[in-house]
Design a protein. Structure first.
Length: 537
């Protein structure tokens, strides 16, 4: 059985409570000494006082809670999160007391935008809510996963009675039901947090909160049709963990979250705090965010059923090939917009494909999303692809082997996009990691062949693929065919697999990029058979 760090933390914490009580030996005031500040009533960043973590070890053992809270408030935090767990995070209630003192000093001269304080810990009782309140917390973290529905509701009720906010972290399907019931009963006293970090093993998936955000909204909208006590407008959702750069913070803004919680990113980079907070608040919901929310939501639905990867058929140059791929079950269909490729297509052709798919689509298969693959963001071909996204023909742009950050005069900053990085060495994996650091939720990897942009039919070295898999969810291209797709799926378990040149018609008279329909059909047959076999095991 995998090591569950969350269970271990809670067990040790319960032992400490038995020995030292709910105050853990801290000098907790008899009554609250400060006014309550509303928690996250408007969009903003929550910056965290955090000395250590199970995943990173010691981050800053000498951190001064008072000075850090003062700095955070001055740099634009809308709330200060104080991690008070002692065994793994090296925090204490004394840190909470010091942070509230600092915030009170700041708020006294900033009445128009007061800063709130959140106690972040693994709370398990109403008594701990009471202690948090007395120590000055304006909100407390309640982790839905470690609390029964009855206990979560009872602790939320306590928060409502005291006038503070229950900041409820949701991760699992059963967490959603618990949160919605709390929201229904106490709509003005509840906010949600979705952690990109899995607290069982502390791994991070930056896309997970996006899928959960849509799930929460959809569930509330559906229930509110029969229960008018629920209103999606009352929903406040915070993205938690993993944000280290202003670009990544901007991506969270594009997803449409009300708040963003920064822990390690703030503690390790105090000089970058202002850029991190402003990048989040200045970026709002966009086409790019909508694309990733939709993808993240479907990914969660698939994962709940088993292993069901996405499949992309790329380099399409014939209308009939696109329609056939769609009928067979392709999730994405790719078109090359680059004069360097023999598979380069025109906007007119893509419009024809779009129209044909729209006209042919039936109840038995869903319409795939259409991808424009570019190799030079400043080229006319790229501009044509961007325009097709704007008018709803293309769904997303693949920046293949080129910088995803557009030039300064680029007018499509919110364009739905992802990067494709060519992998041929360990140095290329470092390039890949930079894309994730800059907030890209997923990156496609393709084989690196000198002088070639893509569609080479070459496999990436397996050792490099496995190294990438240790870093991220795998989007894999490079030499995939009907003959080897089963091996790719079995050995690597990619989240998305991309096929192109290896399923093309190789007869001399065939047009460039023309797919061999027999190979295409066999590929999908093997794909589906392999997935079914994997899920049976």
């Amino acid at each position: 059985m995998p090591h569950d760090i969350l269970t271990e933390i809670c067990a040790k914490r319960n032992d400490d409570i038995k020995k030292s009580g709910f105050t853990f030996g801290a000098a907790v005031p008899e009554k609250r000494l400060r006014p309550i500040t509303p928690f996250l009533k408007e969009k903003g960043a929550i910056l965290e006082i955090k000395r250590a973590s199970p995943s990173k070890g010691i981050i800053n053992k000498d951190l001064d809670a008072f000075k850090t809270a003062t700095l955070y408030a001055k740099k634009g935090a809308r709330a200060i999160s104080v991690l008070t767990e002692k065994n793994y995070f090296h925090g204490s209630l004394n840190d909470l007391l010091e942070a509230t003192k600092a915030v009170d000093e700041y708020n006294a001269t900033h009445l128009e935008k007061p800063v709130a304080v959140l106690r972040k810990d693994f709370l398990s009782s109403e008594e701990e809510v009471e202690v948090s309140y007395k120590c000055g917390a304006d909100a407390v973290l309640l982790i839905a996963r470690i609390l029964t529905k009855e206990k979560l509701i009872s602790m939320t009720k306590k928060c409502a009675e005291l006038g503070i906010t229950a900041f409820i972290e949701v991760r699992l399907e059963e967490d959603v039901a618990k949160f919605i019931e709390a929201l229904r009963l106490y709509p003005t006293s509840v906010a949600a947090g979705v952690n990109a970090r899995n607290l069982s093993d502390f791994s991070i998936d930056s896309l997970y909160p996006a899928g959960m955000l849509k799930h929460l909204r959809d569930e509330i909208k559906n229930i509110s049709k029969e229960d008018n006590s629920l209103n999606v407008d009352n929903l406040r959702v915070v993205y938690e963990s993993g944000i280290m750069t202003p670009q990544a913070a901007g991506m969270v803004g594009h997803l449409g979250f009300n708040g963003m919680l920064l822990g390690e990113g703030a503690v390790r980079n105090p000089e970058n705090i202002e850029k991190l907070t402003s990048s989040f608040t200045c970026n709002s919901k966009s086409q790019n965010g909508d694309f990733w929310i939709k993808y993240g939501s479907e990914l969660q639905e698939r994962n709940a059923k088993g292993y069901f990867p996405f499949i992309k058929v790329c380099g399409i140059t014939q209308v009939e090939d696109a329609v056939e791929a769609a009928k067979l079950g392709a999730d994405f269909i790719g078109f090359i917009f680059s004069t360097n490729s023999k598979r380069n297509v025109s906007p007119f052709f893509v419009r024809k494909v779009y129209k044909s798919i729209q006209q042919t689509a039936g109840d038995s298969w869903k319409k795939p999303q259409l991808v424009g693959v570019i190799t030079d963001p400043s080229s006319q071909e790229a501009k044509d692809a961007f325009s097709l996204v704007r008018c709803g023909i293309l769904d997303v742009i693949q920046f293949h082997g080129c910088k995803i950050i557009p030039p300064a005069d680029f007018t499509y900053r919110d364009i739905p996009r992802y990067a494709a990085v060519k992998i041929g060495s360990d140095e290329d994996i470092e390039t890949l990691k930079k894309e994730f650091l800059n907030g890209e939720p997923r990156v496609l990897i393709d084989a690196k062949v000198k002088g070639k942009d893509g569609g080479t039919g070459v496999n990436i070295d397996s050792a490099l693929v496995l190294k990438v898999k240790e870093t991220t969810k795998l989007w894999l291209a490079g030499g995939v065919s009907e003959e080897n797709i089963s091996t790719f799926l079995t050995n690597y378990r990619p989240e998305l697999i991309d096929v192109a040149s290896r399923i093309e018609d190789t007869t001399p008279s065939a047009p460039a990029g023309k797919k061999n329909i027999s190979k295409l059909k066999k590929l999908f047959t093997v794909f589906n058979e392999t997935i079914n076999e994997i899920n049976r095991k």
